[in-house]
Design a protein around this ligand. Structure first.
Ligand code: NAP
Length: 331
């Protein structure tokens, strides 16, 4: 369940904050919790609350919860931040962050226009596309990028393809195999990068067929997807799989253009360069979660939350150093 439609507080135009957090996934909400514990006036501006957790069903590796639904975990993150006085404004896409009179002016959709002593960028990453013929044409008509969100729509169908070899793809196959007659998993290599426990779960399903060392070359259909063309890179054989849908679960891309527009330095893959304190190349701007160049191969709720906490601590140190914030008891 997405928490996209949360109540939306009104922001005063030109309002002043200590920290603006851009992004309301685990990194952003964790940053907000920590910032508020440093008694910083904090607002979270975000498209949705929960980020990529909204694309997951269950979480069983966040310490303290042996198994919790992703939507419940998001609600807990959100409620935790709000209980400390954080303002969360969903439905906002931040368009620009610029320096103005020693502060940052943050502009977003819906007329958002606020000032802040510091900014934490925690916008996550966007879904990667295959770039094959038919993908764009049939998007929403059999082409999906989220098994967790769309699997129930395929209940009782004959067959679907899932593409990818990471946790998202394997988790998607496990889920879809209980809704659909047959699931083909197409992966470009012979080994999976997914957690072994997920691979085991998929291998145990008797309605799953693996097509390894294989790539999708075309998605075919009329009103909706009818078939997927798959090339085996080792044998050169092409198969046409008659399916009702294709789930493309091949990872994420960073929001390069947004980062560039702010002036943030990025690595070769487009992720924001940070040091161990989540400092970016712009003093006063910090970054956290899937948007950063750290731990790129290991994106977890716990790692996102950890970097969010560090970013908030660094924002606090920065604000004190610059005289933008004075904790009680300081002269
Ligand atoms: P990922 O780990 O980056 O895996 C992407 C997969 O897609 C890889 O197997 C990759 O192949 C393949 N791929 C990438 N580009 C491709 C292309 N153009 N054509 C064909 N295949 C392509 O992404 P993810 O699975 O979405 O996971 C993202 C992060 O979220 C990970 O850190 C993951 O652990 C985390 N996650 C966790 C859970 C969970 O814990 N329950 C669930 C979902 C996601 P190669 O292997 O050859 O590179």
């Amino acid at each position: 369940m997405s928490l996209r439609i949360a109540s939306r507080p009104k922001l005063e135009k030109g309002g002043r904050f200590d920290v603006v957090v851009v992004g309301g996934g685990p990194a952003g909400l964790s940053a907000a919790v920590y910032a508020s514990r440093f008694l910083l006036k904090t607002v979270v501006l975000t498209v949705d609350v929960g980020g990529q957790l909204n694309l997951t069903n269950w979480v069983d590796d966040y310490p303290g919860f042996s198994r919790i639904s992703a939507s419940e975990l998001v609600a807990r993150f959100r409620d935790h931040a709000q209980s400390f006085g954080v303002t969360i404004v969903p439905g906002v896409e931040v368009k620009s962050v610029m320096r103005e009179n020693g502060l940052f002016r943050v502009l977003g959709t819906g007329g958002v226009d606020v000032y802040s002593g510091s900014v934490i960028i925690a916008v996550g990453a966007m879904r990667r596309k295959l770039g094959v013929p038919g993908e764009e044409e049939f998007q929403g008509r059999g082409v999906s990028y989220c098994s967790i969100c769309d699997a129930p729509l395929f209940k009782g169908r004959n067959a679907v393809v899932v593409v990818g070899g990471g946790d998202s793809a394997l988790e998607g196959v496990a889920l879809l195999s209980s809704y659909v007659g047959r699931v083909y998993l197409v992966h470009r290599r012979g080994e999976f990068r997914a957690k072994p426990v997920l691979v085991e779960e998929v291998l145990a399903r008797d309605n799953v067929e693996l097509l390894l060392n294989s790539v999708v070359t075309e998605i075919l259909g009329e009103d909706s997807v009818k078939a997927v063309k798959v090339l085996n890179k080792v044998t050169g054989e092409t198969r046409i799989l008659e399916v009702d849908g294709i789930f493309i679960e091949i990872g994420f891309e960073p929001a390069r253009e947004f980062f560039k527009s702010i002036g943030l330095e990025v690595d070769d893959y487009g992720y924001i360069k940070v040091d161990e304190w989540m400092r970016t190349n712009i003093p006063g701007v910090f970054a956290a979660g899937d948007a950063i160049n750290m731990w790129r191969g290991f994106r977890q709720v716990v790692t996102a939350a950890a970097t969010g906490a560090v970013a908030a601590y660094s924002a606090y140190q920065y604000l004190i150093e610059k005289g933008l914030y004075r904790p009680a008891g300081f002269k």
